[in-house]
Write a protein that binds this ligand. Sequence first.
Ligand SMILES: O=C(O)[C@H](O)COP(=O)(O)O
Ligand SMILES: [Mg+2]
Length: 402
Amino acid sequence: MTQNPVRIEADYLIETPEDPRLAAETMAGEQSSGTFVAVPGETPELKARAAARVESIELLDAISAPSLPVARPINPDGPWNRARVTLSWPLDNIGASLPNLVTAIAGNLWELRQLTGLRLLDLRLPLAFAAAYPGPKFGVAGTRELTGVSGRPLIGTIIKPSIGLSPAETASLVATLCEAGIDFIKDDELQSDGAYCPFDARVRAVMRVVNDHADRTGKKVMIAFNLTGEIDQMRRRHDLVLSEGGTCVMASINSVGLAGMVEIGRHTQLPVHAHRNGWGALNRHPALGWDYTAWHKIWRLAGADHMHVNGIGNKFSETDDSVVTSAKAALTPMFAHKPCIAMPVFSSGQTPAQAAPTWRALGSTDLIFAAGGGILAHPAGPAAGVADLRAAWDAAMASPQP
Ligand SMILES: O=C(O)[C@H](O)COP(=O)(O)O
Ligand SMILES: [Mg+2]
């Protein structure tokens, strides 16, 4: 977690038919003061001030075929060398700006013909970024306080069918889940403000049920209402959730973009639940895109309190190791004085069967365990689904601390 006070650092896995040292210099040049040819104004003084630097290169095994196509290959016969590279940039090139950070560390780099593979593995930011951005306002502690859940994961679900229910039907399902003792419910990412389930009507209908349940039992179930939209809409939707007594809002972060998320992060008085749909396009090919460890940091800084990490034995394509690495990353402090911890959300094909392996692999109860089909498709109904999931977690946690 040691931060260079004046330089941004990023680690990459590169694949190149050139000497990796040359390719790394091209990366640094293209992403700072250089271009494909020396230009007169790029003086030694200017370079000293603005050039990105190659901080380290670790050579890895070469491979026998390129991972990505190139229109005019530099060396069509290979070999395709691989290396782990760290670059750094002067903070003053961009200032503490998340959108411009992404352009610098993850902009035109992806298109360089010198590279047949490029993956951004991790990044380290100067403290100025911690000062410039809100970070999560609630995180694990604030979410636990609002839900009254301690010592175990939050047991959650996703409204299913994802889309198609009316506000009244959604509220009726929420009532059943509240009675069953659930802690957390979220809209599906596909449900935001459609014609037959408008956002405002859904919030009002659902919060009537949630508030009534809280008045009777003292337990306020946290509902993550999906406010994804344009910036003015999102601010207004947040304000409605707040005024109705809601305790969480959700956004599809790839859809609202970094500036959208920063605005939510600054405006919010509620925890922000960050849904990562679209992530596969940035991550699924091992020689292209981002590792979650690097990517999720920009969203935490922007204000994500809950970060989706997929789940053990998920219905998608990701390995369990990758899921656990992501969850541990979300729980790792970003800055000593401003940890920006985000609560990992395990979701995607989760059922009681994944409770014990998740507990063993993570060794923490600081998570939201969200099972949509895993609760709502229970043969004995949603209430039995909640009870089974609670029982599975209780049994898992009774086994020795991993
Ligand atoms: O939005 C989500 O988190 C997913 O739709 C999870 O749904 P599932 O538990 O039914 O896979
Ligand atoms: Mg979903």
